[in-house]
Design a protein around this ligand. Structure first.
Ligand SMILES: Nc1nc2c(ncn2[C@@H]2O[C@H](COP(=O)(O)OP(=O)(O)OP(=O)(O)O)[C@@H](O)[C@H]2O)c(=O)[nH]1
Ligand SMILES: [Mg+2]
Length: 424
């Protein structure tokens, strides 16, 4: 066997604090952590385990007994990398690396690695770099005592160690400033493109959802495009937008974006804000959910949290598409179908076999038809009937009389606009 081409042997550990009310069920969380590991090229997952903890050991996370037990396993299985599905302090990371003689990555570190691997556009690369630097910077700060000791200082303020950290921190800050500037330039160009697009009077519909929910598959089905849709976490990183005429005749600009995940590193959310501007400014948000997933409710809650962190306008209408209906077992399927039928803001679909798509398109069209926009109309004196119609609909915000008639500012829905065309 060619030892050089040997993949990195990884062990995935999901620490579960038994004292905490379980925020996320452990089994699907562990499965997700394994999927994250698999999403990084060159890794072979050789083991995955839920580690129940009664308390967190500040220095090592795990207690003595567990540490030794895992050490034996790591040695026997020839593990090169241990992925800890949680956050580690720099001190914990260092101690575990020393004790187990392996590389350690925590959840944020792993997600950053995946993003770094996926980034394809200039903007994507810069955003990931920015996030990684911000992450490193916080670790430098927190690693203070540890680095101090390593460099032989005594931990007094102003000691040699601190000077070194100050220097490291300054170097990171300079790099952050440099990348921010580059990013601003890239974003400015894109904003110009978007401004050009804004002149196109089609509403923007943004697909959002947990990673692997099926956003790209749906995007491809609706647009006939061929963006990568794969059973792999974070298959999509860079946003894609495409103009499309839905089967209902409604024209929209559809955007596919990066998927969300629980405990998404804050540095990444911040760095990707620009990319996600399409979502922030969308006329309609489609929340794609994998309804067959064991923790679908938890995933939906995480998506909502991230959306409000990003500052998505609460007035933006949201349509939930419960995807992967084809994977539901009979009773579960019947039950969910009943719930979906009762709820106006939900459609049950399968992006793979097309079930429910017509209904979803119908709902999208209806929702967009109900959206209001402001327009200025000019009416001649002969059009008094049309003017009266507008007032009766209570859509007039402002009116000015001119020599030929009236100039009216109206705030109305596309449906009212269409009715007006027939009524006048
Ligand atoms: N059975 C089934 N599988 C689906 C359906 N929709 C998507 N998938 C599968 O789910 C996996 C993920 O699909 P993607 O479209 O890449 O998901 P995504 O939401 O774009 O994921 P990210 O880009 O990683 O955020 C792929 O293997 C798809 O084939 C569906 O309706 N039914
Ligand atoms: Mg995708």
């Amino acid at each position: 066997m060619d030892t050089e081409a040997r993949p990195t042997r990884a062990l995935v550990l999901h620490p579960e604090l038994t004292t905490e009310g379980n925020r996320r069920p452990a089994q699907p969380a562990l499965e997700e952590a394994v999927s994250l590991a698999v999403a990084l090229p060159g890794l072979e997952v050789c083991g995955a385990e839920i580690v129940r903890l009664r308390a967190v050991q500040p220095g090592t996370l795990f207690g003595k007994g567990k540490l030794d037990e895992l050490k034996t396993m790591i040695h026997d299985e020839e593990i090169d990398l241990v992925l800890i599905d949680g956050s580690l302090s720099p001190v914990q990371q260092r101690n575990l690396e020393d004790r187990w003689k392996t590389k350690i990555l925590d959840r944020t570190g792993l997600i950053l690695e995946i993003f770094a691997d996926r980034a394809a556009t200039r903007e994507g690369v810069l955003q990931v770099e920015l996030a990684a630097l911000s992450y490193q910077r916080t670790r430098l700060v927190r690693a203070w005592t540890h680095l101090e000791r390593q460099r032989g200082g005594l931990g007094f303020v102003g000691g040699p160690g601190e000077t070194q950290i100050e220097a490291d921190r300054r170097a990171i800050d300079e790099a952050i400033t440099r990348i921010r500037k580059q990013l601003e330039r890239v974003v400015k160009t894109r904003t110009l493109h978007r401004a050009a697009r804004a002149k196109v009077p089609f509403p923007v519909v943004a697909l959002v959802g947990y990673t692997n929910a099926g956003k790209s598959t749906l995007f491809n089905r609706l647009t006939g495009a061929d963006v990568m849709a794969k059973d792999m976490l974070f298959a999509t990183l860079d946003p894609t937008m495409r103009g499309v005429t839905l089967d209902s005749g409604q024209r929209i600009i559809l955007s596919d974006t990066v998927g969300f995940i629980s405990d998404l590193p804050t540095q990444l959310v911040a760095a990707f804000r620009a990319t996600l501007e399409e979502v922030l400014e969308a006329n309609l948000i489609i929340h794609v959910r994998d309804i067959s997933h064991a923790d679908t409710a938890g995933q939906a809650a995480d998506v909502q949290t991230i959306m409000s962190d990003l500052g998505v306008d609460e007035d933006t209408p949201v349509l939930e598409l419960w995807n992967k209906a084809d994977l539901l077992r009979d009773e579960a399927g019947t039950q969910l179908r009943t719930v979906a039928e009762r709820r106006e803001d939900v459609c049950l679909i399968s992006a793979v076999n097309g079930e429910g798509i017509d209904e979803a398109v119908h709902r999208i069209t209806e929702l967009l038809g109900g959206l209001r926009q402001t327009e200025v109309l000019t009416l001649g004196f002969a059009e008094g009937k049309a003017r009266a119609w507008l007032f009766a609909q209570e859509v007039v915000q402002d009116e000015q009389q001119t020599e030929e008639g009236w100039t009216l500012t109206v705030h109305w829905s596309s449906r009212q606009k269409a009715d007006f065309e027939t009524a006048k």
